[in-house]
Design a protein around this ligand. Structure first.
Ligand code: HEM
Length: 534
């Protein structure tokens, strides 16, 4: 009360409160409505500020309070930081913890295997927030028959053989990245309009990896680069990211639907790109993911498995309708860009902080690419089997898996997990990051130690099956895994053979996760210097 009366004596606050609506009749006045909305916006901003600034302290909240914030206020998802609460909650309450009335967080190896692989529980309703045009998609669908059919049609696009045809496309995008970085190293003011000008030799590698991943997916899934590396001003990626973030927030905060409508116009972009490719006919053919989808649709039609014309029935059956082709291309963009860019930035972050590992990796890459003429990029054949490169990628994905809040699945019958009764309908979050930090499976879990992945060199017992899930497992594992690993190998190899890179201290390294995981500040800066002869 004392605090309130003190605040009430502040002239500004007093004037504000005096005019604040005090009855329903007051509320009908337009000015009162503006005041109520202004208060709401202010309190919401304050709430967001407190959570984003002080999440470390808040992460000590016990599970009950966490449950309240996570489910009832949607705070965790609202700020994208719910995953900070979970490790503390497990530390305190064990491997299987009820974090909300209907949500159980699971950090037990056998239970996670049961959830993802053995029982193969369907995805939870949270995924419905990612349905575009109310269409099931490979990523979002909870319907097993649909998924089986759609996966059968889409998966061959990510087979190693087909992916090889994408290498030239990826290489062109990487070449543009190198040109742009060289330009900024020469002249730091040549960053795009609005971007922060960093000291000479400093590069925001997080921003560049984001933009490069978008360009690669743009080229492979839509047949057109977003030119994000070069110009960073294509409206679609930003608009889509904003809309999907809103959509996830609204899944947890349904009341927000009344306040902030979601702009789904980015879908038009996909419709237009698919039309352009179709209209170009044979002359427009090229080996990429979009072409694969268009060809798969044509094959289905030719073999009598095409659409029936009943839109709903076709959708449920997983038929490759025109809408389905447009949707799946967008799914590649959603599922494949931020995930890959975060994974590459994280790998670079660990490497600059571990110069010994960086040196060893550089030696391995130099040896593998020794026969290349000056300026030539490493090829996939040169890097695909490099032991230490794979070990570094695995180790960074172990420490920072992109699915940081856990993989949500819905239990379809009453069951028992780790001695607890889990009723049908419960949402279980498979906490893969808790496994990755479990010292029983990964001794000295907090250390970046790539050698643990090389059996002849590791001082630790062999890594057990089903303890490492960066791409999930079972029927819903990442269909783009080979694509992502190929891009990561090519990009890391090119950066490390072209530049000397160094750590820049005192930066924020924390994550936020709405759909996939990203650096909270959208920034990670490293020092870069062109190598002599590169
Ligand atoms: C380092 C990069 C990547 C990581 C760490 C990653 C991780 C994952 C994970 C953990 C899942 C399972 C999600 C869940 O169960 O809720 C998943 C699913 C998926 N990912 Fe990836 N992903 C990456 C890159 C990509 C790329 C490049 C593409 C496509 C171009 C892609 C497309 C998909 C799709 C379509 C699914 C849903 C598959 C299904 O349910 O059948 N991902 N990914």
């Amino acid at each position: 009360m004392a605090v309130l009366s003190t605040l009430n004596n502040w002239p500004f606050l007093k004037a504000f409160l005096d005019k604040y609506p005090k009855s329903l009749a007051d509320l009908k006045k337009p000015r009162s409505i503006v005041r109520v909305i202004a208060t709401f916006v202010f309190l919401n901003a304050l709430r967001k500020f407190i959570i984003t600034r002080y999440f470390d302290r808040l992460s000590h909240l016990p599970a009950g309070l966490f449950a309240f914030t996570y489910v009832f206020t949607g705070l965790g998802v609202y700020t994208g930081r719910s995953h900070y609460f979970l490790p503390k909650t497990h530390e305190r309450y064990g491997k299987i913890v009820r974090v909300a009335p209907n949500i159980v967080s699971v950090a037990d190896k056998d239970a996670i295997h049961e959830i993802l692989v053995a029982s193969d529980y369907p995805k939870s309703e949270i995924h419905e927030g990612l349905e575009l045009y109310k269409q099931h998609s490979l990523f979002s669908s909870r319907n097993k028959d649909f998924h089986k059919n759609r996966r059968r049609l889409v998966a061959p696009a990510f087979g190693l053989q087909y992916l090889r045809s994408l290498e030239p496309i990826m290489a062109d995008c990487i070449r543009i990245l190198i040109q742009k970085i060289d330009e900024i190293l020469q002249d730091p003011t040549s960053v795009q309009n609005g971007a922060k000008i960093l000291p000479k030799g400093h590069i925001n590698i997080c921003s560049f990896m984001n933009r490069l991943s978008l360009d690669i997916i743009g080229e492979t899934a839509f047949g057109e680069s977003f030119h994000m590396v070069k110009d960073d001003n294509h409206p679609i990626p930003k608009q889509m990211a904003k809309s999907l973030k809103r959509s996830m927030q609204q899944t947890f905060n349904p009341w927000m639907r009344w306040l902030v409508p979601i702009d789904y116009s980015f879908i038009d972009f996909s419709v237009e790109r698919v039309n352009v490719r179709r209209q170009a006919g044979e002359a427009g053919r090229r080996a990429d993911l979009l072409q694969f989808l268009i060809d798969a649709q044509a094959n289905e039609r030719a073999s009598g498995n095409g659409e029936t014309g009943d839109e709903y029935a076709d959708m449920i059956a997983g038929k490759l309708t025109d809408r389905a082709v447009q949707t799946e291309a967008l799914v590649f963009l959603i599922a494949g860009s931020e995930t890959s860019s975060t994974a590459i930035t994280v790998a670079l972050m660990y490497l600059v902080k571990h110069p010994k590992a960086l040196r060893r990796l550089r030696e391995e890459l130099d040896q593998a690419t020794a026969s290349n003429p000056t300026g030539a990029l490493p090829t996939y054949d040169q890097v695909r089997k490099l032991t230490y490169l794979t070990a570094c990628i695995n180790e960074s994905m172990r420490l920072r898996p992109v699915a940081a809040t856990g993989l949500p699945r819905e239990v379809t019958e009453d069951t028992v997990m780790g001695g607890y009764n889990i009723p049908k309908g419960t949402i279980v979050l498979a906490q893969i990051s808790q496994l990755h930090y479990n010292a029983d499976y990964f001794p000295e879990p907090n250390n970046f130690f790539p050698e643990r992945w090389i059996p002849e060199e590791s001082p630790f017992p062999p890594i057990q099956d089903f303890t490492f899930y960066p791409f999930s497992a079972g029927t819903r594992n990442c269909v783009g895994k080979n694509f992502a690993m190929m891009a990561m190998r090519l990009i890391l190899a090119t950066i490390l053979t072209t530049y000397d890179i160094e750590y820049v201290p005192r930066q924020r390294e924390d994550y936020v996760q709405f759909i996939t995981t990203a650096f909270a500040t959208e920034s990670y800066v490293i020092k870069m210097k062109k190598r002599v002869g590169a």
